[in-house]
Design a protein around this ligand. Sequence first.
Ligand code: AMP
Ligand code: MG
Length: 424
Amino acid sequence: MQTARTLRDLSCANDYDPNSLPVDQARAFIREFLTPVAVTERVHIRAALDRVLACDVESPLDVPGHDNSAMDGWAVRFADLAPDRDTTLRRVGESFAGRPFAGELREGETVRIFTGAVMPRGADTVVMQERAQETPEGAMIAKGAVTKAGQNRRFAGEDLKRGGNVFRKGQPLRPAEIGMLASLGINEVSVYRRLRVAFFSTGDELRSLGQPLGEGEIYDSNRYTLHGMLTRLGCETLDLGVVPDVPEALEDAFRKAASAADVVITSGGVSVGEADFVKDLLGKLGEVLFWKIAMKPGRPLAYGRIGGAHFFGLPGNPVSVMVTFYEFVRDALLILQGRANVTQPPTFKATLAATIRKAPGRTEFQRGVLSPGERGWQVRTTGDQGSGILSSMSRANCFIVLPADMGNVDPGTEVDVQWLEGIL
Ligand code: AMP
Ligand code: MG
């Protein structure tokens, strides 16, 4: 496939239908336009948690640095052990973790050794203490206590070799990676700078917290959900408040957001009717495509660029905001943060416990509750699936993903579920 250079090129592709764009196609379009942040900063490894590594890391040392014991026991020369009877060896010293035995093991000798302690010179094998009996002179090693030389011994460099690659750039730094960096004696790493994400809500009916509600007015919840989801992803957030459906106010907000952030996210104002003047406005400020995604919830979605910023115009309904964020924005933000190998949250199969009603035509992301059943995982919906019912997201621990062409689904059917815990 030839690489499209502008959003307009893409939208002229033959298979492109902005009035019913399949979920996968929208994802693929978005991916073509994501350029990760390039600016890096050096931080202490404690501050690097959940950041993205900006350079390859090579090991400055062998880990472990020395051959050492994997057990509490007795360091021996394998050749000294008789294959057909117990063997008594003379104890000549001890090797503790951090306090090695200074001498060398000779024929018929043993050294008491503890986990992590350096293997004494001359010893090649460790017998676990349960297979030996301590005697006044040393240790009696049970017949067959070890079956080959080198047993219970960890080798220098068996985890990491000096000069070998440890991590590639783009690696997310989780507790395991932070621990590995520490084990290499590395206390500072280069990471990509945090992504700055500006967001605001649009709608004349929206009030901010602390204001009294007039008739027909509602509290703005989307900004708070977005703040939560963005914070979980490690983004720097810039909350620009509620903007009324007034062209001048919106223009102002878009300009301000785009000049201050890498990504601008709005909610509301992209549905039919409302979208018209927002469309004109964004056509003036940048390049934005308005899509009706063939999904439920979350049909209207706008994507494009305003100035130097990426733009996601999410629908207004609170559930649609969360679903479109999980399905489109999350991955995009991970890629923009510099992460390598970004994939969708994985789906797996579970058995449907109660009927789901669905009309063919759109991919549905129903809110589900996944629980262990008698024969594997089973799933049911949270009940009413209206896109304004945010409590359905709160009760859910998964999405039940029903493909576009599927109709009603009977109990007992295997369906795809996307586990939500830990994704954001
Ligand atoms: P819209 O996409 O602007 O037509 O909004 C669709 C529905 O979502 C309407 O019922 C809005 O009142 C509601 N809505 C829009 N924005 C928000 C918000 N920030 N918080 C809560 N509800 C909202
Ligand atoms: Mg609105």
